[in-house]
Ligand binder design. Structure first.
Ligand code: CDP
Length: 309
């Protein structure tokens, strides 16, 4: 054990206070750096090919293809007639200009960032967040892609075994966006994801279900691991940022601030809508934030942490 410390000097993540001070020190100034943007687009295209590999499609997952779950040690699904029939034909994603990736951080509360977010060409959100009127000014309502964790289907909508109405009604807030579900990441997630697919397609809804490609998730995980993110699994937000960096000319991220104080020192909740804390063993969001902050400082993407007005 001692030898390990000699070879690898102890890696210490800056404390919350140090990060807040560093962010305050730099202020809101930001300068776009096309070289950084091009570099990350190339790096991400090489490792993970986001545009084509982001979701499973009939093209990248034909019948007989073995999908190895990225969240399990040794478990797979072999694409069959039934699963093939519910995959989209090809990637529905186009190269984009201005993208907004909206995390669920409490920093968004009273940020007045809704208008800025709504002005982006493509808005991505995480985990079916509430878009009620009371949050409109702070988080906007435009959505082009929203992720849904299978556990939400189980917990909030009783696994869709009973009424599907509450689920279908709830989804109306997302208009005609893509719903992105990791159906082939963890074994218990597959059935609820398929049920969610049928609930959407059996109802008069304009949403399109996309299933996360486990190869993409695994490769993105490796990409960030090589850059110092040691989490067992990346947060949903970082997967979306990776997609955005591979596809968009300009990326702004909102609601990424996994700290309990605002820049003015006031306490904030974990989410803009509640204060349920994450499981620290699974995600290490502050570690991810440090990466996002590096990208912000190099002009590769913009991290919005203060107020927008
Ligand atoms: O399911 P997960 O814990 O990954 O996400 P969430 O709590 O629904 O929030 C969505 C995303 O926003 C996370 O995946 C993080 O990337 C980001 N987030 C953040 O950076 N700071 C917070 N205080 C809360 C969320």
């Amino acid at each position: 054990v001692l030898g390990w410390f000699y070879v690898f000097p102890a890696y210490r993540l800056p404390s919350d206070k140090e990060i807040v001070e560093e962010v305050l020190g730099l202020g809101e100034a930001w300068k776009k750096n096309q070289t950084g943007i091009d570099l990350y687009r190339n790096l991400l295209t090489e490792c993970c090919n986001p545009r084509w590999m982001f979701s499973v499609t009939k093209e990248n997952a034909p019948i007989g293809k073995v999908l190895w779950y990225d969240g399990e040690y040794y478990y797979s699904h072999t694409v069959n007639n039934e699963t093939y029939s519910i995959f989209v034909q090809t990637t529905p994603l186009k190269p984009l200009k201005k993208c907004a990736v909206v995390g669920n951080g409490g920093i968004l509360r009273h940020s007045k960032c809704g208008r800025d977010i709504n002005q982006a060409d493509f808005v991505m959100r995480c985990n079916l967040p509430p878009l009620k009127k009371e949050y409109l000014e702070d988080v906007g309502n435009k959505t082009h892609l929203v992720t849904a964790n299978p556990s939400i289907i189980e917990k909030r909508f009783q696994g869709l075994f009973w009424s599907r109405k509450a689920f279908v009604d709830y989804l109306k807030a997302y208009g005609s966006s893509f719903i992105y579900m990791p159906a082939f990441s963890m074994r218990p997630g597959t059935d609820p994801s398929l049920r969610a697919y049928y609930a959407i397609t059996d109802s008069p809804s304009n949403l399109t279900m996309l299933f996360a490609n486990p190869d993409f998730l695994r490769n993105v995980g490796k990409f960030w691991k090589a850059r110092g993110v040691h989490a067992m699994r990346l947060s949903t937000g970082l997967f979306l940022v990776s997609l955005a960096l591979g596809m968009c000319d300009e990326v702004t991220v909102y609601g990424f601030w996994p700290f309990s104080i605002r820049l003015d020192g006031q306490p904030i909740s974990h989410h803009y809508y509640d204060n349920i804390l994450p499981d620290k063993w699974i995600h290490t969001m502050p570690e991810e934030f440090v990466q996002l902050w590096h990208l912000h400082k190099s002009g590769t993407l913009r991290v919005k942490v203060g107020s927008c007005r």
